[in-house]
Design a protein around this ligand. Structure first.
Ligand code: ZN
Length: 298
């Protein structure tokens, strides 16, 4: 086993091993680990070797080997809009230029255009968007179109310190890997860490965002109901912590949050005792939660 391959967490290593590679991933967490992992995962996708990938021995690995990085410029004046990983023509890397405050929509469009062309090697391609939290709304919408209609044999890998700034519709199209702070390891329960991050930004979410979120609990009932039960449990715990923090503060009016808490309990009852539709229950719970959080202020 070589060191680089060991840097790819289990979920991604399994994808590489089985060849069942999704069209989009979102790697989130602090530090360099998510970014480094994204690079190794992308290299693994185009690796031609057998066994652990990247193998660091094949022609593709030689071409994708990291070298000095060309600085990007979102305006395309002082540098390119995107670069390749190493000089591999089927690996793209996009991030905010050192002089930019945002990843610009022009960069996303340039990537879109590049991905419209056929692969030069005839195999899979991958594009990493690092610092995805710096995509503005316009750029996220452009990215969303790419996620909705992914070019054939292409994988997008988003990297963000926190996924909270990304549209729910963007996040929900990605396989997620959450990195724990101060460690290169992924959390044992990435869904829960992710759910908490999403709950923390629920006050700012729009109603369509919440409906999209609830839509993730569509399909086969047992699995969807289990997902909603986890969501309700995580949301109750989150509300409970929030209430506890506010009691004793300057404004101890927690009535709206208590009402939301009661509504979550009633949602759980509908789900478990009355076999209600999981997506509908999730919708009711998320809307109640949002209104509880919003009317009680930050
Ligand atoms: Zn290789």
């Amino acid at each position: 086993m070589n060191d680089d391959a060991a840097d790819v967490p289990a979920l991604l290593a399994r994808s590489l091993e089985s060849g069942r590679i999704h069209s989009a991933y979102l790697l989130s967490g602090p530090g360099e680990a998510p970014r480094h992992t994204a690079q190794q995962f992308a290299r693994g996708i185009v690796c031609l070797g057998e066994g652990e990938r990247p193998c660091e021995a094949c022609d593709a690995c030689r071409r994708s080997a990291p070298r000095e990085e060309i600085e990007l410029d979102g305006t395309g004046k002082r540098g390119p809009l995107y670069r390749h990983v190493g000089d591999h023509p089927d690996l793209f890397w996009l991030e905010r230029g050192p002089d930019d405050t945002r990843v610009r929509i022009g960069q996303v469009r340039a990537l879109q255009n590049a991905l419209r062309l056929r692969t030069s090697e005839g195999g899979r391609r991958a594009a990493v968007i690092a610092g995805a939290e710096w995509l503005n709304q316009e750029a996220q919408n452009a990215l969303l179109r790419l996620l909705e209609e992914p070019p054939p044999d292409t994988t997008l890998v988003l990297v963000a310190t926190s996924s909270a700034g990304l549209l729910v519709t963007v996040r929900s199209r990605c396989q997620r890997v959450v990195f724990r702070s101060g460690s290169d390891e992924t959390t044992s329960d990435p869904e829960s860490a992710e759910t908490i991050a999403r709950l923390e930004s629920i006050g700012a979410a729009s109603v369509p965002d919440l409906l999209d979120w609830a839509e993730e609990y569509r399909g086969q009932r047992a699995a969807a109901a289990a997902g909603v039960e986890t969501l309700l449990a995580t949301a109750s715990a989150y509300l409970h912590r929030r209430i506890a923090e506010r009691v004793g503060g300057a404004d101890p009016n927690v009535e709206a949050e208590l009402a939301a808490h009661r509504e979550l309990a009633s949602c759980r009852k509908s789900l478990v005792q009355r076999n209600a539709n999981p997506q509908m229950v999730a919708e009711r719970a998320l809307l109640a939660l949002q209104s509880g959080v919003q009317s009680s202020g930050p």
